[in-house]
Design a protein around this ligand. Sequence first.
Ligand SMILES: [Fe+2]
Length: 152
Amino acid sequence: MQSLIDHLNEILKHEWTGVAQYSQAGFMVEGIWREVFADKFLDDAKESFGHAKLVGNKIVALGGVPVTMRNEVKQSRDLREVLEFSLAFEAKAVEMYGKAIDMAEETGDRALIIFLEDILKDEQEGVDEYTKLLRDTPAQAIQTTSAKRVGG
Ligand SMILES: [Fe+2]
């Protein structure tokens, strides 16, 4: 059980990182895309906090002490790079919750497995969303073409 608690604490550290990283992204986004992304990033910070709350409470229920540290925050003024950091953040969360589920399966604690699976679903949605956001869209292609036309 101790190794599972330790791993849940690694997850909690990752969620605290998300709270700070997404908040920072929301604060810093400027230009026309601020209108769209400031709220989106702050919502993602809230989602990380929601997960931190769930995991922190579960760690205590299992007899552990939740960590209060976080990992290093990745930040950039380049929106595309921020989206790439976000995708990497969500992908790491998927991997971490997947590993936690594998560990929980060894304990046979059905409720804990379901608890972790619920969060895993959110994390996978995050991966799907950022994957789509980073995909070149027809609208972007039009914008690039007309920009070229103006420039050339
Ligand atoms: Fe999360």
